[in-house]
Design a protein around this ligand. Structure first.
Ligand code: SF4
Length: 494
């Protein structure tokens, strides 16, 4: 493909930027067969783990206990994929520091200018690992920590909290010694009934350890046949604690984190954890996830299927780490199989569902828990890494207007996609959120009204809603893009 050719370009990120443009062209052209290669790869380098955390599938699914690795000899052949990928994650279900070729793999990825990220239980990191992690400028390392006391960490994860905190101290000190900000440290805390009270205490213990971000996630339920995990979930799901109590703990943790200079966010879906009473005032039959997901989803609510490919240690694939472990969207034996999987029917089907705002069966649990929303910050991070404007505006504009190597969009983005773009902007501030919510409602009612009268949509009128919308809430390049797209689609004015 001309756009992805590797050239001796002086910009080391040129191939990645071309891939990014191909991605935008695919998405905004409404395509389900991508013009781009994955922007982001998950490499489940090993399925082995030295811990048996109480909540982990390792404990419930004997299949998971199979010790499998992605051989480095195989990964070395993925050079063309790494040349165009912005980010590669070196983890999956297992503990990445058990993979004996982790260091050469990271060097190889860095030789392709990839951003690197991974999740670890933190128990296998000593001075030697710290030295090369900092020396190689490994980008983001996430530690899973679910308690502030030795007892809780021993009970929930079978891990020694003190040795994990010592690894964090070593990393902080080595970064200072080498004068490097990398790796950036992220902490992931899975909040549940028997540990939520320890969250503020954990923030305090982390305050001197140069932590960049602390994220709080809830336990996920799993669809399908009943397993011992379901029982665990029923016992410890955070929704069993009064909501106000949990919110107070989260608020206190946020305050402490801010005081310590740690970015803080939680991804607890309150609608799932504390379902609303049934109509008529009756209490919901059971706490926990709704029987059927019923979220109002915008088209293109998740872009991961256009961005990411997950290679599991057992040589199966899925889109992302939020998909159920047993999903397989295509098995591979050789690197040459990956192109077919990336463009193949199973992945196209996932994209096709998301394109129209529907839920593919493989995405069901993720959608119920709103995990897919991570894609927005993830994409912005990758764009920043590529030196592109994370607001995406100029890229979108460039991709949607035919350039020398551009594939013309098959169709203009549907109106809902424009509204969705505005909707995504709402995370930028509370005031903006309110403005955009109001705007969305207005957009919809105007649109419905125009459609009912078989008249041109109100959005296109000079001085109409869209014009006011784009003038009020979107950055200038996005405005330019929307104007061009809408003009291309319907040049005639009512
Ligand atoms: S909806 Fe969730 S599971 Fe599906 S592709 Fe997006 S992030 Fe992955």
């Amino acid at each position: 493909m001309a756009t992805l050719q590797e050239t001796a370009d002086p910009d080391p990120l040129a191939a990645k930027k071309r891939n990014l443009r191909a991605f935008w062209r695919t998405v905004w052209g409404g395509g389900v067969e991508p013009l781009n290669r994955p922007l982001h790869l998950f490499l489940e380098v090993t399925s082995r783990c030295n811990l048996r955390c109480a909540k982990c599938a390792m404990n419930y699914d004997p299949e998971r206990l199979k010790a499998q690795n992605l051989p480095f000899t195989f990964l070395r052949e993925l050079g063309p994929y790494f040349a165009t990928a912005l980010e590669v994650n070196t983890f999956g279900f297992g503990e990445m520091f058990l993979y004996k070729d982790l260091r050469p793999l990271v060097s190889f990825l860095k030789s392709h200018d990839c951003r690197t990220a991974g999740i670890t239980n933190g128990t296998r990191i000593g001075p030697a690992e710290v030295q090369w992690l900092v020396g190689e400028r490994y980008d983001t390392l996430t530690f899973s920590i679910d308690g502030a006391t030795r007892e809780t960490m021993a009970r929930l994860r079978g891990a020694d909290l003190d040795s994990i905190l010592e690894a964090l101290r070593l990393i902080r000190d080595e970064k200072r010694r080498q004068g490097s900000p990398y790796p950036r440290i992220v902490i992931n805390f899975v909040v549940q009934k028997d540990n939520y009270r320890e969250l503020p205490g954990l923030v305090q213990r982390l305050s001197e350890l140069d932590v960049f971000f602390l994220g709080v996630n809830a336990l996920h339920h799993f669809s399908g046949p009943s397993t011992p995990y379901n029982e665990f979930y029923e016992r410890f799901q955070i929704g069993q604690v009064p909501r106000a109590e949990v919110e107070a703990v989260l608020e206190e943790s946020r305050r402490l984190a801010e005081a310590a200079g740690i970015m803080f966010n939680h991804f607890v879906n309150v609608d799932v954890e504390w379902p609303a009473p049934a109509p008529g005032g009756a209490a919901p039959a059971t706490a926990g996830p709704p029987a059927e997901p019923a979220p109002a989803l915008s088209p293109y609510y998740c872009l991961y299927p256009w961005m990411s490919l997950y290679l599991a240690a057992d040589k199966t694939t899925k889109v992302c780490c939020f998909m159920a472990a047993e999903e397989n969207l295509g098995s591979f034996a050789a690197p040459s199989d990956l192109d077919g999987i990336w463009k193949g029917a199973p992945l196209q089907s996932v994209r096709e569902h998301i394109r129209r705002g529907a839920v593919h069966p493989a995405c069901r649990v993720c959608v119920e828990h709103h995990s897919y929303r991570n894609y927005q910050s993830h994409l912005r991070e990758m764009m920043r890494f590529a030196g592109e404007d994370p607001e995406a505006a100029e890229e979108v504009a460039a991709c949607c207007t035919a350039g020398p190597d551009a594939t013309p969009a098959r169709d203009a983005p549907p109106l809902a996609a424009v509204a969705d773009l505005l909707y995504q902007e709402r995370s930028r501030s509370r005031a903006l959120a309110l403005k955009v919510e109001a705007l969305r409602r207005e957009l919809k009612s105007r649109d419905d009204e125009a459609a009912a009268r078989n008249r041109p949509r109100g959005l296109l009128r000079p001085g109409g809603v869209l014009r006011r919308a784009v003038a009020g809430v979107t950055p200038a390049p996005v405005r330019a893009w929307i104007r061009r797209r809408m003009a291309g689609r319907a040049p005639a004015r009512p």
